[in-house]
Write a protein that binds this ligand. Structure first.
Ligand code: SF4
Length: 373
């Protein structure tokens, strides 16, 4: 029997590239979008049997910049999806959008689709930093985009922020957090800036044009974020994610709870909910040329790798790692490695659940890697 799972669609187009980004996307023109859509439809038909097509719980259109698809193509994409898959009545259907793409015309086109959740990368309200990051939008456009979405009846909005930006002070960050919370959106994601190899930002760092935020400052920023979101009634349900009660991202939660998902599009990842992971190759050219299955890699996880994934994903969440998911041998290994962290108060053990303490969240990477094989 095929398993119930969500769908992720990767739209690999951006108008321009942000300096910090290492997601797969291209700046190719509209003729590539046409070929992409045709290939995507082929992939949907070919791979629809990998999940239960009759009641898809979540659909996430990400990228790249899905809001860069012309409105008729967006509608065509959804038509193809709905020809191949049936959404559950309460399905969460998210689209990522760049604030400057959110115009009255785009929102109107969105109204012809089942989208009920919009995720936008605000990143910061500092226009100077937005320029440094090569973001296309201004802080004013971000505010305007939220207003337009709301006016059109989209209340399920998620906004992204980045902290630890070059030259960003604690005061600057506090201003960003206060401003985003004043918008009272139900979901917020906040990420520490990372300097990924091969990005323009990493080159700028090597050339001494920017410098990394000191750890101490990043921690102060994160601590402020945790305090202010809690005071605003948001729940810190995953290391980088905060939501009002009942407004957790269903789709992203499925990545952390081991549910299967089907990823379509170049660079998209899929998981069968057991031991098989698949990643489509990050090449739009190969993707559009494929006639049978699109180019991809498949990986069958060993029991050790499955254990590592459990530790890595579950400990990121407020629900923590349930020891009942482990074999007796894994459980005893896990507890042996967890013991020093429990004694130091970085990890909490509550019955059969291990979770990061507030103190532990700051050093989550080292705790998680200690518990891994
Ligand atoms: S818009 Fe998003 S996907 Fe595109 S380059 Fe910027 S961060 Fe990356």
């Amino acid at each position: 029997m095929t398993k119930r799972g969500g769908i992720y669609i990767h739209v690999p187009f951006c108008q321009s590239r942000c300096v910090y980004c290492d997601f797969y996307s291209t700046t190719y023109g509209v003729e590539w979008k046409r070929s992409y859509l045709d290939a995507l439809k082929r992939e949907m038909q070919l791979r629809r049997g990998e999940i239960d097509t009759s009641r898809v719980p979540s659909l996430y259109i990400g990228g790249g910049t899905p809001s860069q698809l012309p409105a008729p193509m967006l509608q065509e994409l959804f038509k193809a999806l709905l020809d191949n898959f049936t959404l559950a009545p309460d399905a969460e259907v998210t689209i990522e959008a760049n604030p400057d793409d959110v115009t009255p015309a785009w929102i109107e086109a969105l109204g012809q689709t089942p989208v009920n959740r919009i995720s936008m990368g605000v990143q910061t309200f500092s226009d100077a930093l937005l320029r440094l990051l090569n973001r296309r939008h201004t802080s004013q456009q971000a505010l305007e985009a939220v207003r337009l979405c709301r006016e059109a009846g989209y209340t399920n909005i998620s906004l992204d922020l980045i902290y630890g930006l070059p030259g960003q002070s604690l005061q600057d960050w506090m201003g960003d957090v206060r401003r985003i919370l004043s918008l009272e959106v139900p979901h917020l994601s906040a990420y520490a800036l990372s300097y990924e190899e091969g990005t323009v930002l990493d080159r700028m760092l090597q050339e001494g044009k920017v410098s990394e935020a000191p750890d101490e400052l990043s921690w102060q920023m994160y601590e402020y974020l945790m305090d202010e979101t809690a005071a605003a009634g948001m729940e810190h349900y995953e290391i980088s994610n905060f939501a009002r009660p009942g407004m957790y991202s269903k789709h992203n939660s499925s990545y952390w709870d081991g549910s299967p998902y089907l990823g379509l599009g170049p660079g998209a990842h899929s998981y069968d909910g057991g031991s098989v992971r698949r990643s489509n190759d990050t090449s739009l050219k190969d993707y559009v040329c494929s006639t049978a299955d699109v180019p991809h890699q498949k990986e069958v996880l060993t029991p050790e790798e499955q254990y590592d994934e459990l530790v890595m994903t579950r400990l990121r969440t407020a629900s923590g790692l349930h020891l009942g998911l482990l074999t007796p041998e894994q459980k005893s290994y896990c507890m042996k490695m967890a013991e020093p962290h429990i004694l130091r108060g970085d990890l909490l053990r509550e019955g059969l659940v291990l979770r990061l303490s507030r103190k532990g969240i700051f050093i989550s990477n080292s705790i998680i890697s200690d518990l891994m094989r």
